[in-house]
Ligand binder design. Structure first.
Ligand code: PSV
Ligand code: MN
Length: 424
């Protein structure tokens, strides 16, 4: 399915008067409205190829119908999203779930939809049908050299696919670790993993980045070999200037202060990428902003301030991606909501007056500092975000437009009610 621009324009026309009432008021009370709008227009969030089907839990999976059955259809889905919000201009592939068999055709198709290829993701956490050695006891950490080598070779293969598609980064997430005390020699597991990452790092093209993603638990529940930001930073520092830490919001122990982690990684020049999602308990992979929107805002505030302090481009210098998946929503509606939550938090973070906040801090005026943060968070910036979309030719209200255009119903008609997307 493709959405004609005229259909978006027609729906926008019917929403315009109300939108303008909100926008005129908000832009009159937010002095930096115009510069915020420009930053919002430039900002793009990559969509993972594995988030386009309904996610399962270990208890079951309920298909939504019309799920993309191959990479072409996944690109089509991200194209639909991007058409609606003009903020989802990149797709991130997981290999071997989405092998681009004909790279030039896939690249051309993505370009037709205005999409680029974001970070490539390797998978050494599952055994594939044609695989020689099992990753049951880990991949890069494994005590067996041939298993470690297989995992290295896989990552190099993923880099090669990425080169063909014009990607410029590799995300390595390892499920390696141990489930029981005594199972692993921690130092040996670390050394093996470092050696493996070094071998992969050597194969990175000169203009690529490598993201080392950490996770505190799951699937291993006693230790994870890249378990937290300290360990990830240790690997990234030892690897060299092309290696960075990747923060996934769901990968921390409960109540971790993620905004502080982000601030310090940025200070060290070692924050590379971001996986957005939300959670109440663990790695719940819920819609971004659905549980803890204030935390999301606080994280964005540190991102914006920390990037500005280093003269970084918000739009280009970090890899922004959604990594969410759940089992009861239409995945495209979920992604529309996630992107909206990201843009709202970003716009609110851009509203904070650094000078005022700094003055309050220097005066130890805790109350004013809190007021400044909460004023930004409590400002309704939705019409500012909608205006940025409208100016880009996207939908003023992507969710309402998606429903009005009956996108899911059309996809079910085109692809069938029972096909399932690849992924977890
Ligand atoms: C692991 O939980 C993770 O966050 C990594 O990014 C994986 O590649 C992705 O999820 C796969 O579902
Ligand atoms: Mn992730």
């Amino acid at each position: 399915m493709r959405i004609e621009q005229s259909r978006i324009d027609d729906i926008n026309q019917s929403l315009l008067a109300e939108h303008q009432r909100h926008f005129e008021f908000q832009s009159s009370v937010i002095p930096q409205a115009e510069s915020i709008i420009q930053k919002l227009i430039d900002f793009q969030v990559a969509i993972p190829s594995w988030a386009l089907g309904t996610g399962g839990t270990r208890f079951g999976r309920f298909s939504i119908g019309g799920e993309p059955g191959n990479l072409e259809e996944k690109i089509e889905d991200v194209g639909l999203l991007h058409k609606l919000n003009k903020t989802s201009g990149a797709i991130s592939l997981h290999i071997p779930w989405d092998i681009p068999k004909n790279a030039s055709h896939i690249k051309a198709l993505a370009a037709e939809h205005g999409l680029k290829f974001d970070a490539m993701n390797s998978n050494t956490f599952q055994d594939q049908a044609d695989q020689k050695h099992s990753y049951k006891f880990g991949s890069l950490q494994n005590v067996k050299k041939e298993i470690r080598q297989q995992a290295i070779d896989h990552n190099i293969e993923v880099i090669n696919y990425g080169k063909e598609l014009g990607s410029d980064s590799l995300t390595v997430w390892l499920s390696d670790g141990s489930n029981f005390p005594g199972q692993l020699n921690f130092r040996k597991a670390f050394q093996h993993t470092l050696e493996g990452l070094e071998a992969i790092y050597k194969e990175l093209p000169s203009d690529w980045k490598m993201f080392v993603e950490y996770k505190a638990f799951e699937p291993n529940f006693y230790s994870m070999t890249v378990g937290d930001w300290g360990q990830s930073l240790l690997y990234a520092t030892k690897l060299g200037p092309k290696a960075y830490t990747l923060v996934d919001l769901g990968h921390h122990l409960p109540n971790a202060n993620i905004e502080q982690i982000v601030s310090l990684l940025l200070m060290e020049g070692k924050l590379g990428g971001f996986h957005f999602n939300d959670s109440k308990y663990g790695d719940d992979d819920l819609t971004v902003g659905s549980m803890r929107p204030y935390q999301l805002f606080l994280i964005f505030r540190e991102l914006v301030e920390g990037m500005d302090a280093r003269g970084m481009s918000h739009a280009k210098d970090l890899g922004w991606m959604i990594d969410a998946s759940h089992n009861i929503k239409d995945p495209l509606e979920d992604l529309i909501q996630s992107v909206e939550a990201i843009m709202v938090a970003y716009a609110q973070a851009l509203m904070v007056d650094d000078k005022q906040l700094d003055d309050a801090r220097e005066a130890n005026d805790v109350v004013t500092a809190q007021e400044i943060m909460q004023k930004a968070f409590r400002t309704d910036v939705r019409s500012i975000v909608a205006e940025a979309r409208r100016r880009s030719g996207a939908a003023i209200n992507p969710l309402a437009t998606y429903r009005a255009l009956k996108v899911r119903e059309t996809l079910v008609n085109e692809r069938g009610a029972s096909n399932k997307a690849t992924g977890l």
